[in-house]
Design a protein around this ligand. Structure first.
Ligand code: NAP
Length: 251
C-alpha cells in the first residue's frame, strides 16, 4: 500500500506567492488546502490546478484573523483531508503608503490581527495536530516575513515592517519550542516580488519602478519565493529550523 500524500495548508493561496506555492507543492507530491479570504473563484482555480497535478485539494474560506473561522477550517481539514503535516502562513496585508503620523489605530489593529495574529493562530492549531507531544506525526511550518523586517519601510509602511519583524521573532521562538516534537519552523523573507499586493499600497508599479534599487536589477517572481518555501517544507531541509531565508535579489 502506498503511503498517503502529506497534507499542506497554505493561507491566502488564491493568488500571488500562495498560489505559486500551491502549484509547486502539488508538483512535489503534497495534497493542498487552499485557504482564501474573499476570492472564492481564484481559490477554486488554484485547487483545480492542484487536482490536475494528480493531488487532492480543497478550497476553504477563512479570514485568518477570525478565530471561529480558523477553528472551523481546521475542523474541515481534520474531517476531509487530514492529518496535516505542513503549514505556510502566507496570508498578509499592507495598507496605503503613509508616514507614521498619518496612520490610524484601526489600520494597525487590522494589519497586526492578520499578519501577526493570523500566523500565530494557524500555527497554534497546526502544532496542536502535528506535535508528537499531542500524538501527531510532526511537520513543518513556513512563515512569510519580508525584507521590510530588516529595512523598516520608512515613509511607506513602518507598521507592516514591524508586523514582519514580529514574524521573525515568532519563527525563532516557536522553532525552539517545538524542535524536539518533530516540527520545524522557518521563515522566508521576500524582497520586492511582482504580485498584486502592491496595488493595496497605492503603488501597483512598485516592482518595476524599484528594479534599479535592487542589486539584481529586477523584482522577484512568486515562483522564486515558492521554490524557497517548498524547499523549507521538504525533507531536504530536515536539519533546518529557526532559519530566516532572505530571497530578495541581494536587497
Ligand atoms: P497578494 O498577492 O496580495 O495575495 C495575498 C493573499 O492573501 C490573497 O490571496 C488574499 O486572499 C489572502 N488574504 C488576505 N487577507 C487574508 C485574510 N485575512 N485571511 C486569509 N487570506 C487572506 O500577496 P503576495 O504578494 O502574494 O504576498 C504573500 C505574502 O508574502 C504576504 O504575507 C506578504 O506580506 C509577503 N510578502 C510579499 C512581498 C511582495 O513584494 N509581494 C514581499 C515581502 C513579503 P483574497 O484574495 O481571498 O482576499
Amino acid at each position: 500500500m502506498t503511503a498517503p500524500a502529506p497534507v499542506l495548508l497554505i493561507t491566502g493561496a488564491g493568488r500571488g506567492i500562495g498560489a505559486a506555492t500551491a502549484r509547486l507543492a502539488a508538483a512535489r507530491g503534497w495534497d493542498v488546502v487552499v485557504n482564501y479570504a474573499r476570492d472564492a473563484a481564484a481559490a477554486e482555480g488554484v485547487a483545480a490546478d492542484v487536482r490536475r497535478a494528480g493531488r487532492r485539494a480543497i478550497a476553504v474560506a477563512a479570514d485568518v484573523a477570525d478565530e471561529p473561522a480558523v477553528l472551523a477550517m481546521f475542523a474541515r481539514i481534520d474531517a476531509e483531508v487530514g492529518p496535516l503535516s505542513g503549514l505556510v502562513n502566507n496570508a498578509g496585508i499592507v495598507a496605503m503608503k503613509a508616514r507614521l503620523e498619518e496612520m490610524s489605530v484601526e489600520r494597525w489593529q487590522r494589519m497586526w490581527a492578520v499578519n501577526i495574529g493570523g500566523s500565530l493562530l494557524c500555527a497554534r492549531e497546526a502544532v496542536r495536530r502535528m506535535s508528537t507531544r499531542h500524538g501527531g506525526g510532526g511537520g513543518a511550518i513556513v512563515n512569510l516575513s519580508s525584507v521590510a523586517a530588516r529595512l523598516g519601510a520608512p515613509g511607506m509602511y513602518v507598521d507592516y515592517a514591524a508586523s514582519k519583524g514580529a514574524i521573525d521573532t515568532f519563527t525563532q521562538g516557536l522553532a525552539q519550542e517545538v524542535a524536539a516534537e518533530g516540527i520545524r519552523v522557518n521563515a522566508v523573507r521576500p524582497g520586492i516580488i511582482d504580485t498584486d499586493i502592491h496595488a493595496a499600497s497605492g503603488d501597483r508599479q512598485r516592482p518595476q519602478a524599484a528594479a534599479a534599487t535592487i542589486p539584481m536589477q529586477r523584482p522577484g517572481t512568486a515562483d522564486e519565493i515558492a521554490a524557497a518555501i517548498v524547499w523549507l517544507l521538504s525533507a531536504e531541509a530536515s536539519y533546518t529550523t529557526g532559519a530566516i531565508l532572505d530571497v530578495g535579489g541581494g536587497r
